[in-house]
Design a protein around this ligand. Structure first.
Ligand SMILES: *[C@@H]1O[C@H](CO)[C@@H](O)[C@H](O)[C@H]1NC(C)=O
Ligand SMILES: *[C@@H]1O[C@H](CO)[C@@H](O)[C@H](O)[C@H]1NC(C)=O
Length: 491
């Protein structure tokens, strides 16, 4: 690992200068390792040449205000863990320009813990110090702050000011250690207005990851595009704000330098089920329910691009259309439970990267790499990420410099020590369901005395643990599986 240390010194310089070539920021949702079949995606499935910045999602926040490893069995090496953090940062040996960043927060972490942590200098210091220690221990090059969102979802009005104090404390500490600070931010005006002091953020952030997606979804009772570049002609009211062009201009007009912004593109679709009593299948078609879950991501109202393109390839009757005036496709299939999805494809990635270039942005971002067509089932592997990068930079993706293979740290492949016998709550390391209670699950690790220790994790309200998919999923979706799953918690 020693030989990798000098590389982190490059990170700061790279984050600033690479803007000329264009950044390609790729988030990785580490729970994709638990997906089935062609959906399973472990760290080594990442092509280290195609992104300039790789973001590991997610770390969390503990009640002690320290940064918290959310899945210690997958992420750490101890207790026969799988070392995912170290294997992730070790990808730098195969692209010495790569910047690897740990993202903390995300939608599921909510807002209240971050609100509390940021409210005093002493609790901020606990968070900052613990973050620097964790980042250094695993050879990360920076931290991505994904608080969704200050002042919102249970946050407090003071969050707007405290968030800037937090970013200030973080950037001072990170820069002193040659690391960078980035943040994932909302693209919605109704969140931006209360949550963000944009000029204050501009002082401390090296990169701003604009989450220009989820602008519409199954929470709307009608179809629309989740990541429209421009306004749909029929939009009125607050819907006129829910497009990427509005969000980009709003952030820039609000005081964020364009050269710090990377434009987020979703590598997934947001999906509805068209109401049964309608013939409509364009924008604003009545659709009061989410589309059915996919085989890999198993989340109602959501399909990875890989799931969409595999369905389109394997099943007949998937229609693809682009509405007049719009730049990105939607697709629907009456024979697939009347599903209707808005998503991005090759051509819309070209449109969006050209747009970002025309606005002098720093580059592109994707959520997330593990739902691109990484197996190359519908085209070349990782076509959407490659297309965004090539279009933005106007050239081929360069072959990255690598370290000689003799210096590559094998980073401790999973050890195969015998596992302890099952106890009440754990039968294997990692995520374990409780057959009697689907409102929680256990994260199990192996202790030094070769027994299990279990950490209870609660599913958010309205969700139940789906033992088949190893995720907290919508109650309806879990109960629809049948076969006695969650018999105590389903109607
Ligand atoms: C299993 O979890 C319950 C809490 O849900 C706890 O009371 C019990 O002690 C745990 N059993 C073991 C063996 O850890
Ligand atoms: C879920 O798992 C159970 C057993 O664990 C199995 O009987 C059932 O068929 C599975 N259902 C789906 C939809 O995969």
């Amino acid at each position: 690992m020693k030989l990798l240390v000098p590389l982190s010194l490059l990170a700061l310089a790279l984050a600033v200068t690479a803007a000329n070539d264009g950044l390609m920021v790729c988030y990785y949702g580490s729970w994709a390792v638990y997906r089935r079949g062609n959906g399973k995606f472990d760290v080594e499935a990442i092509d280290p040449a195609i992104c300039t910045h790789l973001m590991f999602g997610f770390a969390g926040l503990g009640s002690d205000n320290k940064i918290k490893v959310l899945d210690p069995w997958n992420e750490l090496c101890k207790d026969s863990g799988k070392c995912a953090y170290n294997r992730f940062t070790a990808l730098k040996a195969r692209n010495t320009n790569l910047v690897t960043i740990l993202a903390v927060g995300g939608w599921n972490e909510g807002s209240p813990k971050y609100s509390t942590m940021s409210s005093s200098a002493s609790t901020r210091k606990i968070f900052v110090d613990s973050s620097i220690e964790l980042l250094k221990e695993h050879n990360f090059d920076g931290l991505d702050m994904d608080w969704e969102y200050p002042t919102q979802r249970g946050g407090k009005p003071e969050d707007k000011v405290n968030f800037i104090s937090l970013l200030s404390d973080l950037s001072t500490a990170l820069h002193a250690n040659n690391m960078i600070l980035t943040a994932a931010v909302s693209a919605g005006k109704l969140t931006i207005d209360p949550a963000y002091d944009i000029p204050g953020m501009a002082k401390h952030l090296d990169i701003v990851n604009l989450m220009a997606y989820d602008l519409h979804g199954a929470w709307d009772p009608y179809t629309h595009h989740q990541s429209g570049l421009y306004q749909y002609p029929d939009d009125t009211g607050d819907n006129v704000y829910l497009n990427q062009d509005f969000a980009v201009r709003y952030w820039i007009d609000g005081g964020m330098p364009s050269t710090k912004i990377v434009l987020g593109v979703p590598l997934y679709g947001r999906c509805w089920k068209l109401d049964s009593n309608t013939e409509e299948h364009g924008y604003y078609a009545p659709a009061r329910n989410p589309g059915p879950a996919g085989p890999y991501t198993r989340t109602p109202g959501f399909l990875g691009y890989n799931e969409i393109c595999e369905f389109q390839k394997k099943e007949n009757n998937w229609v693809v259309e682009i509405a007049p005036g719009m730049k990105e496709p939607y697709t629907y299939s009456y024979s697939h439970s009347r599903i209707w999805c808005s998503y991005d494809d090759h051509d819309s990635c070209v449109e969006k990267a050209n747009y970002a270039k025309s606005k002098n942005l720093a580059g592109m971002m994707v959520w997330s790499i593990e739902t691109d067509d990484f197996h190359g089932i519908c085209g070349r592997p990782f076509d959407l990420i490659k297309t965004l990068r090539e279009t933005f930079t106007g050239g081929d993706i360069p072959t990255p410099p690598t370290l000689p293979t003799t210096t590559i740290d094998p980073s401790a492949p999973p050890t195969t020590a015998p596992l302890p016998p099952p106890d009440d709550n754990c039968s294997r390391p990692g995520i374990n369901a409780d057959p009697e209670n689907c409102h929680h699950y256990y994260l199990c690790t192996v202790s030094v005395d070769n027994t299990y220790s279990a950490q209870e994790e609660l599913c958010a309200a309205g969700t139940l643990f789906n033992p088949n998919a190893s995720i907290c999923d919508w109650e309806d979706a879990v109960c629809a599986i049948g076969s006695g799953i969650c018999k105590n918690d389903c109607p």
